[in-house]
Write a protein of this length. Sequence first.
Lengths: 672, 373
Amino acid sequence: MAGDKSKKIKISMRQALSLLLPYIRERVMIQIRSVWLIILYLIFFQTIILRIAIFEASVIAIGIGLVVVGLTLFMEGLFLGLMRLGSIVGSGLPRKSPVAVVLGFGLLLGFLATLAEPSIQVLQMAGNSVKPWDAPLLFILLNKYSHYLVYSVGAGVGMAVSLGMLRFYYNISLKPFIYFLVGSLVLITAWASFDANMKDIIGLAWDCGAVTTGPVTVPLVLALGIGISRMVGSAESGAGGFGVVTLASLLPVVAVMGLGVFFNESVPRPMSEEDFFKTDNRSRIAVLFPNQDQMIRYVFMKAGPQAQLSFFGENSEEMEKYLKDLSTSESKRKAVFGEDAAKRELDIRELTQRNFIAAVKAISLLAIPILLVFFLLIRETLPYPDEIFLGIILCVLGLAVFGIGIELGLDKLGTQIGSKLPASFKAIPLPEENKTIMNFDPDSVHVATAPDGKKHPFFFFEKDGKIVTIPYNPSDYDQVAGQYRYTPVKGPLFGSGTSLPGILIVILFAFIMGYGATLAEPALNALGVTVEELTAGTFKKNLLMQAVAAGVGTGIAVGVTKIVLSIPIVWLLVPPYIILLLVTALSTEEFVNIGWDSAGVTTGPITVPLVLAMGIGIGSQVGVVEGFGILASASVYPILSVLLLGLHINRKRKAAVMEASLDDHQRGKEAA
Amino acid sequence: MKIDNMVSRITAYLHSNISKDVINALKEVGIHDLHLFPARSLVIETKNRLFSFLPGRDLTQDPLDTLFFLVKPEMEDLLVRLIIEKGHLDVPGRGSILVEDVNVLESHELCGENEIQPVEASPLSVHLYSSTGICCIMKRGQGDSVARIALDTGTCVPAIHFGTGTGVRDKMGLLRITIPAEKEIVHVFTAPHESDSILEMMIDAGRLGQPGSGFIYTFPIKKCLVNMRITRDEQHHAASIEQIVTALDHIKGNTAWRHRRAMDEKRAVRKKKYIMNLVELVLLCDGGTGMELVKAAMSAGAGGATISGLKNIRPPDSPLCDISPARDACSMVVPEEMKEAVVYALKTAGAFTDRCHGQVIMRRTSKAFTYVG
């Protein structure tokens, strides 16, 4: 090493800058190119089509800037550090350790990856609106037993990584795994749809599969797999190194379904809200909550007044007594409601701290075991250690900045649009634009009569120099202060009722959003680079990304259709997967591996919040139990699109060789 | 095996749909040490309708399997005939095959040239001719623009593969991350009389005269059959131009008749300074060990290296089966007088022990070009 140092070229500050600046500019441009579509599109849609001003626009702009910076740092860190480390360990481990150690390592890594990826918490957010009386099993899995949910998903991913490595050792095709897993999942799903409790966790289970494989896990597992498969695979194995992601998106679904079956017997059936809280039902619903206090808290915070009364055995005096008790005793109040958590203010320090801790956790949970394996089991000199450590640091920094940016920018933008989107087919209130009218005179209210004789009170209001009519709602009038609180209403875009063009706009929006968000996904970028690398540039990254993005767009559009039209989720999953099994049977091993893997990587940190925000927004306006299922649907169609692309490419390749040689034609005929 | 002896290196670039047949045939006749790596070919295909307005999209990539192995010179004819027969390479559009004279400078005892039992192979329906190979190493992403020269001049279907480069970037400290290590390597095969013009056109296309942009060199090919099917566009004649050229080559028995004047006129405006007397040393070693061995070679004076991953293919009874099928090919171009020093440095670093199972093959280059000071 000393000899190397003496030969080191002296580089002046100016030269260093002239090298660094173009380098940085190029990387930033790549990320800008990958996110501009989705961001411009979101802004365009909200301001031009829905004609609603963007709330907190400056914060969102800063957030988007942070997303670009974070992505740039993170991707560079991935390529410099994590992926390189993965492939070094992948190619080193089989040389130094027996199969069992490699498989055990895979199991552990998969489990840790699930703990590291924050996406699973996003699912819990999606389940916030789940009511325990509508879907008790789903409720318990997302709340009281959420740690079991995470563990079972982790076990699924661990099994997947381990099985994937085993595949490389024995050169087993991915197809039988797909047939078996998808086949049985289709059957389980179909069965579950007939069970009152199980039918509600179908969406959760499939979404878990889609969500677990995030931007840290996928590149690392890919690099590891490629390293291992290169060292142990036989010469004939095509597309070696892929397939782990596929298993990691299927096995967690099995695990969550299993978890559901396990707890299914111990939870009550779905029932009406009042029945649920009846006193004689108390012992049965108690299992759904961690303790008595939590249950009471839920009653007061989420249940309706009728249910609250029912909780106290239709005895309002008892309820009042209890409330009085609560207001006098501080300790009791704390036990029920917890610390006052109503911190609405944007706290930059808290935000930064939280995201940095999450990033450090996500990277170190994966990087430390890998480094340990390298130094303890492989014990070789690490090539370019400075680059690898720089890469890891960049990954942490990038992930943190990216997280902050997502929270400040994309999340906010997504939630705004998600909640406003239904305005294209129905009228929705806009609470951010609340106006208070001073000195409101109730005498100025007029009455309009509808053809059916119904009376609609309204009043005239001057807004920006124009006189508009506003429906009058007596409950919004504050007699004491003489003020009227008015919440503007928006939509629908076409006609007055729920209209087909309005719904079509929502579906089109969903498609383009899915398409744009997918192009920005870091894990897909990493997969694209890997595929291009392994095929020596035959399968270009762009082609793969376009195919996947189109597939995701289609899937999200279908998922949104499901929510708007309230189609049961079985119809969304079972038929496409059956078609997929057929197409898989027709495809070559190479494309089966790439296609199924790309499905797992599509739903990452950019798509998930946008899709969930939209799902919840539409779901809450249309009134469905949960916004699950869109993500699962977004995973089916990209597989289909990549496999179809593969079939097309293979046909062309065959034709090219056939055209060149008549002999082959003859041989083909003989074979037939 | 004997050190520093002359052997034949046979390299076949095959469309990956047909490579399996050829590999099986080679295994059958007793080739027990064969290397394979993925590459891509580039052909012109004018896109119709919707895609036609996109610029630079008239190229189609096809996957190639590149296989190479060493044999005793007296066996080369037989094997070449076998490959051409099994792969139907006599028809343009399926692949290329080349035979070169190389020297094995040093080798682990397990890695040697292949010996085969004499087998029946049909006489050739095509003529093999000597030619010049051009190899160009440059930054990832620029391969197509340089390879295009071969298509635009109707020379051959180029083959492109990937590698990782080391060199100047290793002497720059952490700033080296600004120079991507990922390289693209283009191979083009031309008639000897045209090679200079094509070389210069490729230098211009890749702007290799600028610092840090790449490296290009030519090497002699003893005999070859090159895939000439450079386009997949519709054919409006009874025979395609490739079929006609192949037929005339066969009748004339050489490629000299293809001499064209326009090429001479296109020769570069500025005279370029070529580097002579270089040799390319290819170190084949176990996967994962290439990087550290190259470092040893560089401390002995090698300027840099390009490392590509290979797969070793052998029948299940081969003695090589104990070592991993993953191999690294490290290509270093050095002045001829430096070769002993580099080989010695590799030896001291343990390249030819049981840890790395190394083998160094030397290929002579005719001329080379890169940015010099």
